[in-house]
Write a protein that binds this ligand. Structure first.
Ligand code: AMP
Length: 280
């Protein structure tokens, strides 16, 4: 496995691979790799000849009072996991390599990124689309793999790829969960055992929503009321939003059409911000 920190080196290597007819798969991450990331790597390995994992904690997608500084950085462990998983290249540039002095160009999707997380994190998706477009230009992927856990991110990236005619196919892997139901996330490391128990109310509330739809409920109001009621029973949990939206357009749903809509939750568990969603 090769590790590359330089943008120029990564780009010329990727161009070389492509001209040699190799299909490139990219898995963009912020590191602190967990089973959810590894499952995306497996998808990339199945679909591409060479797999590049980028590890970059992207300052542009964090707000001023968010957890950029605390975000876990465990490069050696991540490299070991990538090696074991059969990754070909890890691209882990520094912040100045990606955003040199005087950097001033940003890409912004203006519709799908406005709701849900876009309300409480107003510059987040601008940071995500900017870094992803840069990573696509640097690593030249035929496919890029993202996780359904960040459903809005998937929709925004797909829209950017369509709108800007990028020659990359976006694949979405399912949300990976720990045995207790909590979606794996680098931010889970912030929580104590007690907080984690409270956090389980999030997948539980989403499971209740799924069950209601299975039993015939189609009213979005009733589903959202049930989700928020369940979360309100947990005193460390503060809901940022609980919404049912179309999984492609992120438009709020009126009445549930099974297979088309997802229930999304963002909540604070004390100081940890978690998101999750399920298909209804
Ligand atoms: P992150 O390192 O948190 O920026 O995530 C990198 C990629 O991994 C994104 O495409 C995420 O959607 C994806 N991801 C994070 N957690 C999970 C999970 N539990 N299951 C599947 N994919 C995930």
């Amino acid at each position: 496995m090769r590790t590359i920190q330089s943008v120029n080196e990564m780009q010329s290597h990727a161009i070389g691979l492509r001209s040699g007819g190799q299909l490139i798969g990219l898995v963009p991450t912020m590191g602190s790799l967990h089973a959810g990331h590894l499952a995306l790597i497996d998808i990339a390995k199945e679909e591409a000849d060479k797999v590049i994992v980028s590890i970059f904690v992207n300052p542009a997608q964090f707000g001023p009072s968010e957890d950029y500084e605390q975000y876990p950085r465990v490069l050696e462990e991540d490299l070991e996991k990538c090696r074991e998983r059969g990754v070909d290249i890890v691209f882990n540039p520094s912040v100045v390599e990606m955003y040199p002095q005087g950097y001033s160009t940003f890409v912004k999707e203006e519709h799908l990124s406005a709701g849900l997380c876009g309300v409480s994190r107003p510059h987040h998706f601008r940071g995500v689309t900017t870094v992803c477009l840069k990573l696509f230009n640097i690593t030249r992927p035929d496919i890029a793999v993202f996780g359904q856990k960040d459903a809005q991110q998937c929709a925004v990236i797909k829209k950017m790829v369509t709108d800007l005619n990028l020659p990359t196919s976006v694949l979405v892997g399912p949300t990976l969960r720990d045995a207790d139901g909590l979606a794996t996330s680098s931010r889970n490391a912030y929580m104590s055992d007690v907080q984690r128990q409270e956090a389980l109310s999030i997948p539980k509330a989403l499971q209740i929503a799924q069950d209601m739809v299975q039993q015939g409920t189609r009213s979005v109001d009733r589903i959202v009321a049930e989700i928020t009621h369940h979360l309100s029973l947990h005193r460390r949990v503060r809901v940022i939003y609980a919404q049912v939206v179309d999984k492609e357009t992120m438009e709020p749903a009126r009445e549930i059409e099974p297979g088309r809509h997802i229930a999304c939750v963002a909540a604070w568990v004390d100081q940890t911000r978690l998101i999750d969603n399920v298909e209804l």
